[in-house]
Ligand binder design. Sequence first.
Ligand SMILES: Cc1ncc(COP(=O)(O)O)c(C=O)c1O
Length: 380
Amino acid sequence: MSAIERSGNLNRRQWLKGAGVVVSASLTPISLLHAAMPVGSSKIIPQPDHIIRANFNENPYGLSRVALRAIQNTFNKAGHYDWGPRLKVIDVMTQLHDLPPDQIILGSGSGEILKVAGLMAGMKQGSVVCADPTYDDLIRFAEKNGAEIIKVPVRQDLGIDLERMKKAIRKDTKIVYIVNPNNPIPSIIAKRELESFVKDVSKRCLVFVDEAYFEFVDDPVYGSMIDLVRAGQKNLIVTRTASKIHGMAGLRVGFGFGHADLLKELDKIKTGQMNILGLAGAAASYTDTEFQQFTLRKTRESKMIMEEMIAELGLRSTKSHANFVFFDTGHTVEEINKRLKEKGILSGRPFPPYLTWSRVSLQKPEEMRYFVQTYKQLFG
Ligand SMILES: Cc1ncc(COP(=O)(O)O)c(C=O)c1O
């Protein structure tokens, strides 16, 4: 906190005393600052008339207008199975990633592809190696279907520990699952490091790289593993989703990119067909770069608001490379969530073993300003 801010709090403390307010010794200067703001002050942000959904890493702007128009234009084909829009979206993906159609698989969200891979590992009575914590769709499904899960804790700096993951691989390991950027910890693995890991580990088992938050990364060391798929790498699958930057979580469209033989194997145990409205929306959205840029700009703005708060309160955190932040609140997540919910904010569930760390999905900047005001009032 700067000297100017400190002196500002002192004045407010004096103001509080003068106003006859009893000041608890446990209150920090920041909560004083907010407690001291007279009601009606232009600085106070009123509670929005809607719930702030900072719990699921969705796009707060929903889907793009271009995608919405494409969906509206597809309603009159709702009586058809998915072939037309399916071919269209695959065509968009082949052009975007310079891959043939047989190297692309569609899923009801990328979650379906994750679960199918998990099911495959279970059916083969194998083990799955993953970071801890990480996204758990694949892991839960693998475990429920008979696979053993080998969890490798993240490093001290909260990054995924590739060296230890490599050492954890056993003869029966069917999948090594890497989420990059990770979730709930929004850390990244550099492209060169992950590439050499994939080349090495794929000699022994399938490497599954989940790039659900790929679009949000602006660090130049980061890069997609789709380049390796394009170069002919076997035993690798990379997934992406229309649920995040494209704002289509409810429409359930996800993509997998891999060697054609591997995708055929996965396809055999897939159960769902696609929803044509989702497919039409995705085909349009992936060509609408303007909306993606808009979302990125807003996400960056929201991230700065949260980073400022985290720095100001001196909370432990890790740099975010996604559309959410993760920081140590010093309170249980249950308590944090309960009290935020009373103020109209939903935030992420507990992620063991980080039971005092909160995952907050970046919403609109104005919503994040309200979040910061509320958080400081409650816990600052
Ligand atoms: C890392 C990661 N992968 C995959 C998914 C699944 O997303 P969807 O099934 O909506 O594509 C999520 C959802 O939050 C996620 O965080």
